[in-house]
Every structure is written in C-alpha cells, then in structure tokens.
Write a protein that binds this ligand. Structure first.
Ligand code: ZN
Ligand code: ZN
Length: 603
C-alpha cells in the first residue's frame, strides 16, 4: 500500500506538470502506441463524449500475463525507455510504461488482457488496484478508461470543448492509420464510426478511408531519392487546398513527425499553384539514415533536425514540382464544392465531425473498389489522349517567343472561345466540355511567365526614355535604394543620383509596362524598401507578379473573340497555365459528362 501512496504523489507532480495526460488525445495516443508495440493487427478505439466519459481501446496484440498486468500499473515497472536510436526503428514506438500509471491515477481504469493462456481483469480506481480477477482467454488487451480527470477537476476544466477533443483524437488516429496501413484502425465516438481502415497495407486506401473518394481521385503518387534521402507518398492536386497544415503528414523512417521546415518545403513546391497561405493534402514518407537526423523528443510531440537540409529541400521541391508539371489541373466546377465540403467535415468543422451521422463505411469500400477498377482504364486512356494534335495559332506578338515552348508540350487542349460572361469570364469549349477562364488571372499568368523570363535575362534589353523620370523619396527609403542600386542596374534600369533624395531614371528594361513606367518603378522601389532581408529570387518573383497584375486586362474590360483566341492560345503555352501567380485558378471546367448528367441526358 505504501508503495502505491508514494507513487501517487509522484504521479500528481507529473500530472501537475501536464506532461503525460493533459488531453484525451494523449491518453488515446499512449494506449494506441502500446497496442502497436504489442504487435496488434487491429486496434479499435471507442469513445464516449470524445473520450471524456470513456475511452476504450481494444487490440489483438500479444496480451499480458497476470503478473505483467498487475505490475503494469506501477511506476517504472514496465518502463521500456529505449535509446534515441531505437525510436527510429519501426518495431518500437519508444518510451512507454510511464503512461499507464499516470492515466490510472486520474480515472477509473479496467484492464482486460490475455496472452492466450490465461485471462486477467484488473480494476484500478484513482491509481489503486481494487480488484484482480479471471477473464476469458481471447488474445489481446482491452483497456477502458472512464471518467478521466474525475479526481483532478482542475485538469477537467482545461479540456477544450468536446468538438475540439474529438478533432484532436481523429487527427491523431488518422495519422497513425497513415503510418501503419497494415494495421486496421477503427475509431468510434458515441457509437458512430469515424474511421475504419482495412489493414490491407495500401496507403491510398487509407487516404480514401480518411478523406473520401473525391479527394482520393485528386491525389498523385510521388517517388524519388538522392544519396541521403528517399521519398515516396501522395500529394494532392492544388485545388484541394486547405487553410491549415493539419492535412500534411510527414513520416520519417515510419514515424509521424512535426517539422515546419519540411512543411515549408512542401508549400514552396506549390508556389503559384495555390495562394501562399494555403496548404495541400500530403502524405510524405521519408527514409533516411538515422545518422543524418537529430531527434528532439517531448512526450507529446516529436520534432527532428536534419543535417543536409539543402539536399532534402532540393529533393522535395524537385519531386513535387515535377509531379505537378505533368498534371492537367483544371478543377471541375461540379466537384469543387463537394470536395470542399467533404474535407471540411473531417478536419475543420469539429461540430460536423462530432455530429456525423452519415458516415457509411461499407459505401466507402465499394466506391474505392470502383475507383481502382476505373483508374486502370484511365491510365490507358491518358496515353491515348496524349496523341492529340497540337494546333498552333499565329499571333505575331513578340512575347510569345519568349515564353518557353522548348518542350512544345501544351498542358491543355485547344479551347475555342464562345463569349464573355460578366465582362470577366471567357466561355470556351472543346470536345471534353465547357471552360470558364478568368480573363485577368489568365492574362496575369501569361505576363508573369514573360516577366520572369525577361528579368532573369543576364543581358537585359534596355530602352532609353525620351523624358527621364525623376523620383523623390523619403530619406530612409532613398538610403535603402542607394545600397541596393546594383539590383536595379542588373535588371536594366539606369539610375542617377539627382539632388537631395532623388533619383533620375534615364533608361528602363524593355519589359516594363509601356505608358505607366513611373508607377511601375514606384512599385518596384516599394518592394525593395519594404523587404527586410533581401532575397533576389523572391524579389524577382514578386516584381514579376506585381507588374503582371498591373499590365493585365481587368474584370469588366470587354474583349473581342479575337482577343480571347489570342489569350487562350498564349495561356496554353505557359509552363503552368492553371493558376495565376497568386495561386488562384485561371480555368475551371464543366466536363461533357457533368453537363450531360446535370441535364439528365445521361443517368
Ligand atoms: Zn491581379
Ligand atoms: Zn492573381
């Protein structure tokens, strides 16, 4: 008895420090990881009221002997704290043993377990074993944790609302399911199934079980490697953009990690494919020699430092941008809203998640089977599609020659303009369906790629101004610009100091929009003076995007059918014709199939 008293005090300290069990999610995490360590091929998580009322974890692992089961609730007794190296071997999830006594100290816990030879039930109340009895010998362990924090009401108060608790748990279980496609995970809250994977080992199937078929269809498999790292997994089409990074899962040597550098590498790879404050859905599996990583562990999170960051960045950006460059990324109007709703209900809207009544697991399985069948057909079809004729329209504008057409592989089929809607959207068609093109976004993309190319020309084409422009600046800005004047001369500006805080500009690069030079120059000055740490490639990118926006047709500029033809044919020649430099879509489509379905011509 004494021993247990001492232990409880120790525990109380630990709990006060909030280290092990501060949220239902942490309890679920500890127990699920125990189940995985026990070699389970199936882990069931059943919650009542997001786990606050009850958390039940049922596994089919190796189970425990009666002695082990009793000892499991004593601090340190079952501790199998391993070396940091062990953490990165898949067979071990690291340091256990501390958690079970801590959880038992703040709840009513029942442990039912069997190693296949004897069955045991242990009842614990507030950390004290109150009963040990026999149970059946189904191999595996079931732990039931009821009324978590009943004896530490302060902690209970810190629990966020039920929706948030459930969202955190779901997020965690989703990530475990992605990490262990070979293990079947079932998650239920108040009898409602939120996740049910099949343990078949197929990562895409798990993605489907989590996000649904509309998302699965827009995931792309990636693969690549260099001397130090090997990379695989799935990334989403940019149209699936999310406003949080929750849907990016990164696994290093099989373990989920949190690392903002990697997340930045991923989002940078989507540069101009989506707005800078959005995130894709991604599951990235990195394999690396443990020598190259430095593990920094806290009981509730896991971060890693990588040596050879640059080669890792190169690999990730290269693999992702190459994959994106092979895709046709025209969002289908009829699906876009459905996808947004679907994804939101899983990760963003806690309430929807909590009240989810419609989740039909068997339907998900059937849909996926259909999809697998279809995608086999699809691969064949894509190969055929690549043979379409590239139709070149003749437009004698000089900047068409500048846009890189070296690989001559247009990423979209030719579209034929039909008219203009709201003075903003070009309506076009071809045999695949109907297209709406945002005339400003499309023009902006064309100009952006043109400016980028021109600005990176080491021998800029320069034009002398008939009337030099003089620009007076506040003295602090003048000093910053003077210090950075080489950037401007490299771009082709000819700049002279001209009296107090004033520059005289005699020549400008040829790409500067005509007729509005002064404003354009002021914008460029502004970009230089407002950016604290200067990064040339970011600067060039920003200037290209800004100037492109200014130089492009606006909404409510009415353009003729001929203008539209020119616009569409130039857009097709872009490296990325699908989004403007700010990541907004340039084109959306109603496929022929969708149109027929909507008009009930095909059922
Ligand atoms: Zn714009
Ligand atoms: Zn834009």
């Amino acid at each position: 008895m004494n021993k247990i008293q001492v232990m409880s005090e120790d525990l109380a300290n630990k709990i006060a420090a909030g280290e092990v069990v501060e949220k239902c999610m942490n309890v679920v995490k500890e127990l699920v990881e125990n189940s995985i360590d026990a070699g389970s091929s199936e882990v069931k998580i059943e919650l009542l009221d997001s786990g606050v009322r009850e958390i039940k974890i049922i596994d089919n692992g190796i189970g425990m002997t009666r002695d082990d089961a009793v000892v499991a609730f004593q601090r340190h007794a079952t501790s199998k704290l391993k070396t940091l190296d062990d953490l990165f071997h898949i067979d071990s999830l690291g340091f256990r043993g501390e958690a079970l006594p801590s959880i038992a100290a703040v709840s009513h816990t029942t442990l039912q377990t069997s190693d296949g030879e004897e069955g045991t039930i242990v009842e614990i109340d507030g950390g004290k074993i109150v009963d040990v009895s026999s149970a059946d010998i189904r191999k595996g362990t079931t732990i039931t944790v009821r009324d978590l924090f009943y004896n530490t009401p302060v902690r209970l108060k810190y629990l966020k609302n039920l929706y948030t608790e459930l969202a955190n748990i779901t997020d965690y279980v989703n990530k475990m399911a992605l990490s262990y496609p070979n293990i079947r995970f079932i998650l239920k809250n108040n009898e409602k199934t939120l996740l049910n994977t099949d343990g078949s080992g197929r990562l895409l199937k798990v993605i489907n079980d989590i996000y649904g078929l509309d998302v699965t269809k827009k995931m792309v498999e990636i693969n690549g490697g260099n001397e130090d790292y090997s990379l695989s997994g799935f990334i989403s089409y940019p149209e699936l953009m999310k406003s949080t990074k929750n849907s990016i899962t990164v696994l290093v040597n099989g373990r989920v990690i949190k690392n903002n550098d990697i997340i930045r590498m991923i989002t940078d790879s989507y540069h101009t494919y989506m707005p800078h404050d959005k995130y894709p859905i991604a599951v990235l599996l990195l394999d690396v020699d443990p020598i190259l990583i430095d593990v920094n562990i806290h009981p509730t999170k896991m971060d890693i430092k990588f040596s050879k960051m640059n080669t890792l960045r190169e690999l990730i950006c290269d693999v992702i941008s190459k994959s994106l460059s092979k895709l046709t990324l025209i969002p289908e109007a009829s699906r876009t809203t459905r996808i947004e709703n679907g994804v939101t209900s899983i990760t963003n809207s806690y309430q929807k998640l909590y009240d989810n009544n419609e989740f039909d697991v068997t339907k998900k399985d059937e849909e996926f089977k259909e999809f697998e069948k279809m995608s086999l057909n699809l691969e064949v079809k894509i190969e055929e599609d690549n043979n379409y004729e590239v139709c070149d329209t003749d437009d004698g504008y000089d900047y068409d020659t500048v846009i890189d057409t070296s690989n001559d592989e247009n990423r979209i089929k030719e579209m034929y303009p039909v008219g203009l809607v709201h003075g903003t959207y070009v309506v076009a068609e071809n045999e695949d369906g109907m297209f709406l093109i945002d005339q400003h976004a499309a023009n902006e993309r064309i100009n952006y790629e043109y400016y980028l190319k021109e600005m990176s020309n080491p021998k800029p084409n320069v034009m002398d101004l008939l009337i030099p422009i003089n620009i007076e600046l506040p003295s602090n800005e003048y000093i910053i610009l003077k210090n950075n004047s080489n950037i401007l001369t490299d771009l082709g500006f000819s700049l002279e100091e001209f009296g107090l805080n004033t520059f005289l500009i005699r020549a400008v690069p040829i790409w500067l929009p005509k007729g509005n030079e002064e404003n354009a120059i002021k914008h460029i000055f502004e970009i230089i003076t407002t950016h604290e740490s200067f990064d040339l490639s970011k600067f060039v990118d920003k200037v290209a995007a800004t100037v492109a926006c200014k130089a492009s047709i606006k909404a409510n500029d009415f353009i003729t059918l001929d203008d539209m033809r020119v616009l569409l044919s130039r857009l097709r020649k872009c490296k990325n014709p699908f989004t403007c430099p700010h990541g907004r879509p340039t084109i959306i489509t109603y496929s022929k199939y969708d149109l027929e379905k909507m008009f009930k011509r095909s059922m």
